[in-house]
Design a binder for this molecule. Structure first.
Ligand code: 3H9
Length: 679
């Protein structure tokens, strides 16, 4: 049997090497190999120091997540790491790529850590609804202090090698191309010295001297932690590192870890981890499909959407030519882009040199001919089929053959747009979400004739610009907006029947969404798509516009807003809604929060089922990816389809029937057969 761990002798240093592609996850064979490697070093008097490193693209990226939920097979990671740390011979972790989760814990159990400048180190377990479970929450604070450990353990965001060195997590930064040799030299320099062990460190006393740091951290990060169980457990574990002995602290960590692992949130978040990766794969497009090189991108429209789309590529170092019809609009659009970058720089997340470099890759133009050499052109103009057809017809005439032509439409028929060109195989939808430079989701809309290489290239490109992509077939609203429309329909109906609009919003907030439909309307602007005639009022939204309640930007929409954008329900809006309900003859009744939640969410599940039945989504988990990344569906419930599986499809069907709402045959069939969406 081949083992993923091998050892090599370099003079008096034993190098333990892991080769477990793709990410050196710490599966059973790796753990056993690590333990055996340490035993080899300890039992050989000629070995005086040890280096642990990994082949391939990264240092250990953590425990093997595919083993979670299965019967554990020894040695456990904590056992292997205790053996490692106990060594009297110095052990050095040589880090490249990403040392994450259990990988970071391996490094913490080593006596020293050296890293290449490009390495990243982190404890992302909270993103899987967990906390570190191999003493990471106990060794890290003892090594770097509770204050420095908190953001790493609680947010799960990795830090650079440089930052890690600054907080004392990394002892030395070594040559990018000479990691092994430098790590061996470092290890030799430590021979004969007493080994420092993180478990024996005392830096954690900062949290004992100043216990306020935990509450401060909670307060500062409260909004991001809302609804999540793991971050609170992470804080508790780091706090325990200061209050308890190491052995007691480890026990506490283990209890918290086991509780989270058995809970629903971690199960949902682990589902999401694999869902995101599955969404990137297109079942009938071979993984080795040759890609179209994308060296230059064109964007049509320099409005909020076009500008945001362009920024994604500029930030990834890809030159963009951006086209507008009028100089004034072009200047305004590029000005907004620069300002957005400058704001990012002000927040310390970019340097001014990086701002200039990104903007330096932008070519503004008024002339379609300047798009001729682009490899991909994305249209982000007004949502009107005739306008889109005209744009695509023009593009077809100017842009070089073999280039991809994409529409950012959020609901129009891509096949009809493609038919306006002589190259429908090269046309697809790339639906970005607003603000396009921030939102993670990219819905990739596959037309009837879209070529495999065009799709494969788009998926790869999405990853390059930091997006999470999911493929949708051609249907009105695609996956996301098609399901959203069902929720919105019910939201509008509920307030006509007597539900308070703030209760409708609050139900979704309590479920874990960042905001409800009416808050969302206020944020986006109530006047989107308004005909601008105050005398023509046929909907509640038009009535709000008629009295200048355009949303947050006007200080009032469904809600009144104060300077700090706190919302209060408005008497004026209550009256407008009541008048509408009376005019349309809706009987008024008290509506419970349970009914509101069921009527908002169950019709979405039903629509999701139809989307699957029509094969508009490849798999249920793709729908989860769309809703988590595009619409703020709480990740700790796993997305709409996973959530429906968890509560039971029979519950969803019964709820829809109770409220007199349609049930699709597909959903009913699955429920009757006792099946789930995510199999
Ligand atoms: C943990 O460590 C708990 C401990 O504290 C306690 C122990 C007691 N396991 O993301 P990619 C697969 S919890 C199994 O596309 P990239 C992934 O599914 C863990 N599989 O690559 C994919 O498979 P496929 C804490 C894993 O270059 C393939 O590898 N660690 C694991 O874009 C490539 O992945 C984490 O949460 C894993 N741990 O990004 C880190 N990781 O090809 C999780 C990846 O079949 N991993 N796979 O679709 C990552 O963040 C990224 O994978 C990484 C590379 C940044 C490393």
């Amino acid at each position: 049997m081949t083992t993923p761990i091998r050892t090599e002798r370099h003079d008096n240093v034993l190098v333990i090497i892991s080769d477990n592609p793709p990410v050196n996850a710490l599966g059973q064979a790796v753990r056993a190999g690590l333990a055996a490697g340490i035993e080899e070093a300890l039992s050989d008097d000629a070995v005086e120091a040890v280096v642990i490193r990994c082949d391939g693209r990264t240092f250990f990226a953590g425990a093997d997540i595919t083993e979670f939920g299965k019967a554990p097979q020894g040695p456990s990671l904590p056992e292997a790491l205790d053996k490692l740390e106990a060594s009297e011979k110095p052990v050095v972790a040589a880090i490249h790529g990403t040392a994450l989760g259990g990988g970071c814990e391996v490094a913490l159990a080593c006596h020293y850590r050296v890293a290449v400048p490009s390495a990243k180190i982190g404890l992302p377990e909270v993103k899987l609804g967990l906390i570190p479970g191999a003493a990471g929450t106990q060794r890290l604070p003892r090594l770097v202090g509770a204050e420095a450990a908190l953001p790493l353990v609680v947010t799960g965001d990795p830090i650079s090698a440089k930052k890690a060195q600054a907080i004392g997590l990394v002892d030395a930064i070594v040559g990018e191309d000479s990691l092994e040799a430098d790590a061996i030299a470092f290890a030799k320099s430590k021979i004969g010295q007493p080994v420092p062990r993180a478990s024996e460190g005392t830096a954690n006393q900062d949290g004992v001297k100043n216990p306020g740091i935990f509450d401060d951290f909670r307060q500062k990060n409260g909004r991001k932690m809302r609804g999540f169980e793991a971050p609170n457990a992470a804080i508790e574990a780091v706090k325990a590192a200061g209050e308890l002995t190491y052995a007691e602290g480890v026990k506490k960590e283990r209890e918290l870890f086991a509780k989270l692992m058995g809970g629903t949130q971690s199960k949902a978040m682990r589902h999401y981890f694999f869902a995101e990766r599955a969404a990137n794969k297109i079942d009938d497009v071979p993984a080795d499909t040759p890609l179209i090189p994308i060296r230059k991108v064109g964007v049509i429209g320099a409005g909020t959407m076009g500008g945001g789309i362009a920024m994604n590529f500029l930030s990834a170092g890809i030159p963009v030519t951006i086209l507008e019809m009028k100089q004034e609009a072009l200047d305004r659009g590029t000005g907004v882009m620069r300002k957005n970058y400058e704001n990012t720089a002000k927040r310390g997340r970019m340097t001014m040199e990086q701002v200039d470099a990104a903007m330096g890759l932008l070519t503004p133009t008024l002339d379609y001919a300047d798009l001729d050499d682009c490899d991909l052109v994305i249209e982000a103009v007004y949502e009107n089929m005739d306008v889109k057809k005209e744009v695509f017809g023009t593009l077809d005439g100017v842009v070089k053959q073999g280039a991809i032509l994409a529409s950012n439409t959020s609901y129009l028929n891509i096949d009809e747009i493609a038919a306006a060109t002589e190259r429908p195989g090269y046309v697809l939808g790339l639906h970005f979400f607003s603000p396009a430079n921030v939102m993670k989701l990219l819905e990739v809309v596959r037309g009837a004739k879209t070529r495999d290489d065009v799709l494969a290239t788009s998926m790869k490109l999405a990853k390059k610009i930091g997006k999470v992509a999911a493929v949708s077939g051609v249907c009105p609203g695609f996956i996301g907006n098609r399901m959203l429309s069902k929720r919105q329909e019910q939201a509008n109906q509920l307030i006509m029947e007597g539900a308070n609009y703030w209760d409708v919003d609050d139900v979704l907030l309590e479920f874990g969404f960042p905001m409800g439909p009416f808050q969302m309307g206020d944020l986006a602007g109530i006047d989107i798509g308004w005909h601008r005639d105050p005398s023509k009022v046929t909907t509640v939204r038009e009535a709000l516009c008629a009295v200048g309640r355009f949303g947050q930007k006007a200080g009032k929409g469904f809600y009144d807003y104060d300077e700090a954008r706190n919302r209060t329900p408005s008497d004026e809006v209550k009256t407008i809604i009541a008048d509408f309900a009376a005019k349309e003859g809706h009987a008024q009744r008290e509506i419970s929060k349970d009914e509101i939640r069921e009527r908002l969410l169950y019709p979405m599940i039903n629509e999701g089922a139809k989307i699957l039945d029509e094969k508009m989504a490849q798999r249920a988990s793709d729908i989860d990816v769309v809703w988590i990344n595009g619409y703020g569906w709480p990740i700790y419930t796993g997305g709409p389809m996973f959530w429906a599986d968890a509560i039971g499809l029979d519950t969803v069907v019964a709820g829809l029937e109770k409220h007199g709402l349609p049930v699709s045959d597909y959903l009913r069939g699955k429920a009757q057969r006792g099946e789930t969406f995510n199999g």
